[in-house]
Design a protein around this ligand. Structure first.
Ligand code: ACO
Length: 340
């Protein structure tokens, strides 16, 4: 009797796109009642990048995806699934941003769709890619986290406009028969009872586009910052502890802890609770701000491009966002190391 060989999902490559224009804390001082000092002290953010007026989520996602494809060594014709995580899609209903990106790259006649899980979007996509690959349905999945968050930010609201930036990150997840290259574990979850912590009230069927939506600014993101902060620290810490215990791995053995980049104080509190050393924790929030679904892949790209992330090294991803959603993943980087 022939035996079915197990297949594992492996993380083959990373790419990112960071828009050119920088919005600094000093720039924000001229727009709202805030200071560089307050922003830096309360969030760790120095600056964030903002897409050009005619640069859209799909444009940024396409550039990140093209890099990830090139670095994976696989041909775009071999990709059989395209997934995009975003809460700032080109169009709110249809077509999906994944369809638009597929077309811009020249990938046709493959399944493509978006998911909406806010800042947890990229790790949610890893779980979807893993399920498709390990069930044998797909072999090479292109996943993209892309956001033009500036399109839903109210630049008169100092409690949110200082936090967010634009950008995109992408990865190729491929099937492998080598267990050593496969994801070790992944956990994704949600609790809709906290939906009002982070919400963009319009447009949607509750608040279709109307004069009232515009007058009341319902098209902008609203956040219960303080409550979200506390829950983020608690959930991120618990999630990481659980995944490490479940897999008998000590936090000391993790070379790259890559948390969602929302606020340096959240990252520091989680890192301290896990007894992580500074050199284990990847921090990019200072230069990019919170780029939602793009935050984790942009951070992975940063350490890969700097030569810090090498083939076979373990990554621990941990994220938290609107929904509320959260997710963690433990996996090796199974792509090529960059020559430095
Ligand atoms: N400049 C100066 N003062 C400010 C600013 C600002 N930009 N923003 C708020 N303040 C003031 C407030 O008005 C308040 O003043 P008051 O005491 O006179 O009322 C004071 O600062 C404290 O406000 P808090 O909201 O309690 O400040 P906090 O320390 O919580 O920091 C922040 C706010 C940075 C938003 C923080 O709560 C945070 O980072 N929250 C979590 C964000 C997050 O993780 N989001 C999840 C992911 S996002 C996603 O999924 C899309």
């Amino acid at each position: 009797m022939s035996q079915i060989k197990p297949v594992y999902a492996s993380f083959k490559s990373i790419g990112a796109y960071i828009p050119e224009k920088i919005l600094s804390n000093k720039d924000l001082e001229k727009m709202v009642d805030t200071t560089d000092e307050w922003i830096l002290k309360r969030t760790g953010i120095k600056e964030r990048h903002i897409a050009a007026d005619d640069e859209y989520t799909s444009d940024m996602g396409t550039k990140a995806a093209e890099l990830a494809i090139e670095r994976s060594g696989i041909a775009k014709e071999e990709i059989d699934l395209v997934l995009c995580a975003t809460v700032t899609p080109d169009y709110f209903n249809m077509p999906s941003t994944a369809c638009i990106i597929s077309d811009k790259i020249g990938i046709r006649d493959v399944q493509a769709f978006d998911i909406s899980a806010a800042c947890s979007g990229f790790v949610y996509l890893l779980s979807v890619a893993k399920a498709f690959i390990e069930s044998g349905m797909k072999k090479n999945v292109l996943i993209i986290g892309a956001e033009k968050f500036s399109s839903i930010v109210d630049y008169t609201d100092r409690s949110t406009c200082i936090l967010f930036g634009d950008g995109a990150g992408a990865a190729i997840i491929s099937a492998t028969s080598n267990k050593e290259e496969g994801f070790i574990d992944l956990h994704a979850s949600a609790d809709g009872s906290y939906a009002d912590f982070l919400v963009t009230p319009a447009p949607g069927c509750i608040n279709p586009v109307s004069q009232r939506v515009i007058d009341e600014g319902l098209n902008f993101v609203q956040m219960k910052g303080n409550e979200t902060f506390k829950l983020a620290v608690k959930t991120l810490t618990k999630d990481v502890k659980e995944i490490l215990i479940k897999n008998s791995i000590k936090s000391d053995d993790i070379p790259h802890f890559i948390p969602h980049q929302a606020n340096y104080r959240i990252i520091k509190a989680v890192g301290d609770a896990l007894n992580m050393r500074e050199d284990q924790i990847v921090v990019t929030v200072g230069k990019y701000g919170n780029t939602s679904a793009a935050s984790i892949p942009m951070a992975i790209n940063d350490i890969w491009e700097s030569g810090r992330l090498k083939n076979g090294e373990l990554m621990l991803l941990d994220t938290f966002g609107g929904g509320l959603t959260w997710a963690s993943a433990l996996l090796p980087f199974s792509g090529k190391s960059i020559e430095t």
